[in-house]
Design a protein around this ligand. Structure first.
Ligand SMILES: C[S@@+](CC[C@H](N)C(=O)[O-])C[C@H]1O[C@@H](n2cnc3c(N)ncnc32)[C@H](O)[C@@H]1O
Length: 279
């Protein structure tokens, strides 16, 4: 393990030439797993568009509520989080483990820095028998899915909650993300859930377009989508009530007692979100 951690630390030291989307997001969240290059970029974005911090905070809050929903309402015990970012407070495994300690979680991110952080932080907070982090790309497709199932010890016959949150706005249309997501949806057994959030240019501040264009300087380009395009990512999955809504509008009652209710303009969250169920 210590050799692995040494490698992880070396990866961190050598991967700081560009702001990383995951670390910039951590900066928006007020986290500590970011570097000067990320903070400088992130601060410029916040100066242009203060809603960036609201987006990150409320997107994370949506993820927590959706995980709670999957666990409590559907009894799901297997979670796969693609584009998971840096572990932060209220990680999927922490929320999923709130009541029972029998939940398996596989985190996937293509940023070796995020993966290195995940490894270091999971070593402290997670159960190595049930919680895993893989350095892989959303576009690795079925090969990735096989790794996820094998490494996570997942039962492919039992429902899985697949999280793809705040990821697809870093995938441009030429990459055909809808095809790849459809391949993952096909792998999921009946009763599985898809949790998805995405920044949108419909009814949000025009500054978001400018901020998205600036992401060319980071580890990922950004691409905003309208409501119909985001809805199409769910394919034939049934959208659970209340459907595709601003992140803060998705089942706010599932927030924990220590999470203050959001009382701002829902459009200031910049992102829409939903949960779909496979029949
Ligand atoms: C904004 S963070 C979202 C983190 C988390 N999913 C959330 O909603 O809070 C986006 C993450 O997606 C990762 N990412 C971007 N493109 C990816 C790809 N093609 N495959 C896997 N991860 C990717 C980035 O490295 C980053 O950590």
């Amino acid at each position: 393990m210590s050799e692995d951690l040494d490698t992880a630390r070396e990866t961190l030291a050598s991967s700081l030439s560009r702001p990383s989307t995951g670390r910039v997001y951590d900066f928006y969240l007020g986290g500590r797993h970011n570097y000067a290059i990320d903070r400088e970029f992130g601060q410029r974005m916040v100066d242009m568009m203060p809603e960036a911090r609201i987006f990150a905070r409320e997107n994370r809050a949506f993820v927590r509520r959706a995980v709670r929903y999957a666990r409590q309402e559907h009894g799901i015990r297997q979670f796969v989080d693609i584009g998971s970012g840096l572990p932060t407070q209220g990680n999927v495994h922490e929320i999923a483990d709130e009541n029972d300690h029998d939940v398996r979680v596989v985190y996937v991110d293509n940023d070796p820095v995020a993966r290195a952080h995940a490894q270091i932080l999971l070593a402290d907070t997670a159960d190595p028998q049930r919680h895993f982090a893989i350095d892989a790309d959303f576009f690795d497709g079925l090969e990735l899915w096989e790794r996820v199932v094998q490494m996570g010890g997942l039962d492919p016959e039992q429902p899985i909650c697949l999280l793809v949150t705040a990821l697809l706005h870093f995938v441009v249309p030429d990459q055909r993300p809808e095809r790849m997501l459809a391949a993952y949806r096909d792998q999921l057994p009946s009763g599985s859930l898809l949790v998805l959030s995405h920044c949108t240019d419909e009814d949000t501040t025009p500054a978001l377009q400018e901020v998205a264009a600036r992401y060319v300087a980071t580890t990922s380009n950004a691409h905003l989508r309208g409501r119909n395009e985001v809805q199409a990512f769910f394919g034939d999955f049934e959208l659970i009530e209340p459907g595709l809504v601003w992140t803060t509008e998705w089942r706010p009652e599932l927030a924990s007692e220590d999470e203050p209710p959001f009382d701002g303009d829902p459009a200031s969250t910049l992102a829409i979100a939903g949960v779909g169920r496979k029949h």
